[in-house]
Design a protein around this ligand. Sequence first.
Ligand code: SF4
Length: 402
Amino acid sequence: MNNPWGKLTGIRPAKIATKLLDRGMNDEQVIDYFVTECGTEHDKAALALECAKALIPARENMYENGVSLYIGIPFCPSRCLYCSFVTNGTKQAAKLMPDYVEALKKEIAYTADIVRRNKNIIETVYIGGGTPTSLSSELLDSMLSCLESEFDLRKVKEFTVEAGRPDTIDAQKLEVLKAHGVDRISINPQSMNDETLRVIGRAHSAQDIRDAMALAHSLGFDNINMDVIAGLPGESLEIFRYTLEEVEKLGPTDTTVHTMSVKRSSRLNEYLSDYDLTDGATAAKMVDFARGFLADRGKRPYYMYRQKNQLGNLENVGYSKPGYESLYNLYIMEEIQTIISLGCGGVTKTVDRATDRIERIFNVKEPKDYILRLDEMLHRKDVLTGAEPDFRHRISEFRREL
Ligand code: SF4
């Protein structure tokens, strides 16, 4: 099978480009390394290099003792065909949500104490999932109020909340986000073709996306990311082109172009033969089109990653207008800052920048488990204080349990 990345199998090609630049290579030498040593196509090597170069200003301005916070909200209105995350449909999970938020507030308070003792500065906050705006405005307000009172957020440079599904957004929720200092949101169409939205199990239309964007803009959100997927079942290059054209009319500052990947635990994988999957060559044309189309609109690639089983062995790329590169996306993809993760499915990653050593602390994935085993989740975070002497042993123990 054709692999435009050659023998590179890792998920972070841009990280390799960053390391080569750090070793003093110039642009040409970096590209040459990818092409000759890894068998990467020239165009993909240039993409990795462009993303690596986007990191440079962000890295220079990082706080000395900065960390980022991630909070996971594992609820969505329905499960998308291709999704492998643990998400709990909002109707069934409605009873669980208040208990989940209460548990989360305890983890927020516990972690804030550790952050204070470590004298860390919170640099970015990212609330993802799932779809965080699946929570009611009251629960969102309660969680964000707790976050604000426990952590010192005065030096936060970027505060993102994923409001991915338009069917979870209303003025009240967006006003709550605004009141708590959220300055970046994500509204994700994936496709602007109604038939595709139906096929992939999204309970909304393309018009709902337009309405949600208009509402968000009217309430003062001026930094909005939109995600699309190249290679959704049944989509041709023409439909993908239409999606991108429609999305760009809505004025997102940041457009993330994912390539369809067939995840092991997705419904798509289970019923694969029922769907008309796009072939790798067409998916490649879609991502090439996106790159040129977005470049013509002043957007540059700034972060990228690859996943298993992506059509055509392609990649996911975030494109933004200059100055709108998401710091959180850069930090997490390039693994240059400790990210402390709270809530279900959270993976805390500690990064020692001097040695490049990375350690992980896992939270459980199911909300019911999280609520029941909260004390254990809290104590897992004790390693962040350095109080736990056998860190690596404990981490492998956590992995076995999961
Ligand atoms: S919105 Fe995202 S997390 Fe929720 S079901 Fe769809 S893919 Fe999964």
